[in-house]
Design a protein around this ligand. Structure first.
Ligand code: UD1
Length: 423
């Protein structure tokens, strides 16, 4: 298991290229299975979750070629015949559950392992299953697997997502575009990842109405064709580096290859910190403020504040002058990073689904460990402004979701080394 050894504090100065988005890529990869010809996706990051999903897709018989150098993925569904996603792979990454919608939609049959829990608590899939039942599929559970079957054409109907869910919207769209007569999803997710998926399915030949709104109506078509797709740039990585750039008063950073239209309300909230921000076509320039204003946030569905940036935001707030709070309304238990930032000197206190922060805290290097992807990156952010030496353990989480993290940060002045850790 590798760890990061970080010496701080260091200002960040220079340019950071934003990678392709993992969360946008995964639904597009699942959609490629629905075509009758190969789909090519560019701007694909070299991340462990992408490799895992490539292997999930390969199990079905599809041909998957990943040109890692150029970030180009080609998926040829011609020999897709094994309609199963096994536990060994699904347990490594929850989004493998998208195979349920893709296989059911294309072949009317699927056997997909239930994903199980996650580091920050239960993450149910009841809405995925109930929505497919409403559509007309027969869904049963057997020894940890979902067995799904559907007739040549399902009647469809209307299903309301409560709460709104990215994953359930994706799965229901995948299941219906080829196989439901008419299916309406209410309170559908409007995250950029969902919008991109729907737009690309329409290019493949699908009939989807209401893209970008909370009501999607899908009318099944007979066939879809493979296409060429540019994957979106990672909006969470963008937000993470914007936060990193604000945390040291001498930082001055330009982010490139940004999809600025995918950031929702985040830039406006971010500007309240006092950071100087200039947004151009696909670049964002950040100059850190002399002192950070405390800004309280509450996570919400898109275009609200993303839950995937709450840990990073709270960590930045330890460097703000004054009190702030961060509330997560999407995932109530997503605060495992707090005791670790406290070890570095953060003055933070969790009360139900809110963390209260009282800054500014002089952070000091320490050994810290984390339990998930966004928690891990927050510890890196904290360690980069902490005085002295920090060890950030269990960085395999970061390899799931941040491409070339230490290289990107080292190039702008951070002092980060990856060290193989003895077992
Ligand atoms: C996706 C993202 C994840 C992000 C999350 C919220 C991917 C691969 N992952 O996860 O990074 O943190 O969106 O923006 O894109 N829920 C149910 N029943 C269900 C499904 C969800 O109750 O069947 C609830 C969840 O517990 C949660 C809320 O709905 O409270 C939103 O979850 P959801 O949008 O589904 O998250 P994911 O798609 O798993």
């Amino acid at each position: 298991m590798d760890k990061f050894v970080i010496e701080g504090p260091t200002p960040l100065q220079g340019s950071i290229p934003i990678s392709g988005s993992k969360n946008a890529a995964l639904p597009l990869m699942a959609a490629a299975l629905l075509g009758d010809s190969p789909t090519t996706i560019t701007n694909i990051p070299k991340l462990r979750d992408i490799y895992t999903f490539n292997n999930v897709i390969r199990v079905t018989g599809c041909k998957v070629d990943f040109d890692e150098e150029d970030g180009i993925l080609t998926i040829d569904p011609k020999h897709l015949s094994h309609l199963e996603a096994p536990y060994e792979l699904v347990r490594k990454m929850r989004a493998s559950f998208y195979m349920l919608g893709a296989l059911l939609g294309k072949f009317g049959k699927a056997k997909v392992s239930l994903p199980g829990g996650c580091a920050w608590g239960p993450r149910p899939v009841d809405l995925h299953l109930d929505g497919m039942r409403e559509m007309g599929a027969d869904i049963t559970l057997d020894q940890g697997y979902v067995i799904a079957e559907a007739p040549e054409q399902m009647e469809g109907g209307t299903f309301t997502l409560e709460p709104s869910s990215v994953g359930a919207t994706v799965n229901l769209v995948l299941a219906s575009v080829l196989r439901a007569k008419e299916f309406t999803i209410k309170n559908a997710a409007r995250e950029p990842d969902v919008v991109l998926l729907c737009k690309k399915l329409v290019e493949m030949g699908a009939n989807i109405e209401g893209i970008g709104t909370q009501t999607l109506t899908i009318r099944g078509v007979d066939t879809l064709e493979g296409i060429a797709i540019r994957n979106a740039s990672d909006r969470i990585e963008t937000g993470t580096f914007m936060i990193a750039a604000a945390m040291h008063p001498q930082s001055n950073v330009t982010l490139t290859n940004v999809d600025v239209d995918d950031l929702g309300g985040f830039p406006e909230t971010f500007s309240k910190t006092g950071a100087d921000m200039t947004i151009n076509k696909d670049t964002i320039h950040i100059k850190a403020p002399e002192t950070i204003n405390p800004v309280s946030v509450k996570t919400e569905v898109y275009p609200g504040f993303p839950t995937d940036l709450q840990a990073q935001w709270s960590t930045m707030m330890t460097q703000a002058n004054g009190k702030s709070s961060v509330t997560d309304t999407i995932y109530y238990d997503r605060f495992s990073y707090v005791p670790e930032v406290v070890r570095l000197g953060g003055d933070m206190d969790v009360e139900e689904n809110t963390v209260h922060i009282e800054g500014k805290n002089q952070l000091k290097g320490a050994s810290v460990m984390s339990t998930d992807l966004r928690a891990s990156v927050s510890l890196v952010l904290a360690a980069m402004v902490a005085e002295g030496h920090s060890d950030v353990l269990r960085i395999y989480h970061l390899d799931r979701g941040y491409e070339d993290l230490e290289e990107k940060l080292t190039n702008v002045g951070a002092n980060i080394k990856r060290v193989a850790q003895e077992k």
